[in-house]
Design a protein around this ligand. Sequence first.
Ligand code: FAD
Length: 341
Amino acid sequence: MTKILFVAPAQSDGGLDRPALEALAAAKTLAESASAEFKVGVFGADVQTAAGIAAGAGAEVFTIQNPELAAPRYATDAAAMEALCKAAGADVVVAAADSRMSRIAAGVAQRLGGKADTQLTGLSFENGKVVAARWFYRQRMVGKIARQAAPWIVTVAPGCFEPYTGQASDAAGAAVDLTIGENLLRTKTLRVDAPSSEEQTIRPDAELLFVAGAGWTKKQADGASHVPEAGEIILEFLDKAKASLGSSKSLVDMGGEGQDVLPFLTHMHQVGQTGATPRHPKGLATCCHGEEPHVVGWRFINERRAVNLDAGCGWAQGKADVLYVADAFAVMRKVSELLAK
Ligand SMILES: Cc1cc2nc3c(=O)[nH]c(=O)nc-3n(C[C@H](O)[C@H](O)[C@H](O)COP(=O)(O)OP(=O)(O)OC[C@H]3O[C@@H](n4cnc5c(N)ncnc54)[C@H](O)[C@@H]3O)c2cc1C
C-alpha cells in the first residue's frame, strides 16, 4: 500500500502557515483517494502545535524537535526531512513549495534515491497511480506526471488547494532521533531583516492583485508627469484594500534605465511572461496597456478589471471582464476615499 507523508517545518509560533496547511490538505485528500497510509513529519524548535494539527487531520505523526531547527539552514533542514522520510517509509512525500522546503526537496530526494518534482498544482489518484499536475512553458500548458521512483517528493504551489481547517488534537506524535553535529551547523543565522507586513507589498494571500503600469509615470493631460503623486495614490490604495502589488515590465524596467520611477517597485513585482504568475481571486490593472506578454501572467486571476484612458487598449480585446475608460489617478483617489469611509 502507498504511504503518503506530508513534511513541514513548524513556524516560529509552533504552528503551520497557510502554504503548509494547503499542502497538508492536498496530502490528506490524496491519501484518502488512494486508500493510502497518511503520515505527517514536522520538524522545528517547538513542534507540539503543528503535530497536534497533523494528528487532528488523522495522520500518524513523526516529529523532530531541536532548537537548531528553528531557523532555516540547508544542512539541518535536509537532515531532518531525510530522517522523517526514512522513519515514515514514505513512497510519496508532499511539501509546500515555500522557500524552505523548495531548497531541500531535490537534495533529500537524491540522498534517498528518489525523485523530486516542484511547484505542482494538482495531485490525484488515477488508475492506481499518484498523478501530479503542473504547468509548463510559462504556464501555457498543463502536464500530468506519474513516477515509479520512491520516494517521490512533490512540492505543491501555494494557492492551489484549500487550507486544512480541522480541529487539532493533543496527540504528540512519535519522536524521531536526529543527531545534529557541528558539521551541520556551519551556517549560522545572525539576524533576520524583513519588512513589516505593512511595508510588504507582495501579498500572496490577498483577495486582489493591483497592477501598476507605466502609465503612472507618463505625461498626463496637463503635459507633466506626476510620479510622487502616483506613488502616494498606489500606496494609499494598497494600504486600505490590503491588496498585493504587481507591475508591468515597462514600469519596473524604467528604474534600471535611470528614469523617474516608483521607489517601492522591484522586478519581484513584475507580472507576465518574464515575470510572475500570481494567484488571486481578483485583479485590477491600472495605467497598464494589457499587452499579451503581460496578460499571460494573469492566467490564474479569475475576475479581471482594468482602468485605462485608451478604449482600444489590450484589456478591451477580451482580456478583462470590465474595462473602465477613465483616468486612473482620479479613479483610484476616489476608490481610496470611499474605502476610508
Ligand atoms: C519577450 C518579452 C517578454 C515580456 N515580458 C513581459 C512581462 O513579463 N510582463 C510585462 O508586463 N511585460 C512584458 N513584456 C512587455 C510588454 O510587451 C509591454 O511592453 C509592457 O507590458 C507594457 O507595459 P505597460 O502596459 O505598463 O506600458 P505602456 O505600454 O506604456 O502602457 C501604458 C498605459 O497607461 C495608460 N495610461 C496612461 N495614463 C493613464 C491614466 N492617467 N489613466 C489610465 N491609463 C493611463 C495608457 O493609455 C497606456 O495604455 C515583454 C515583452 C517581450 C518582448
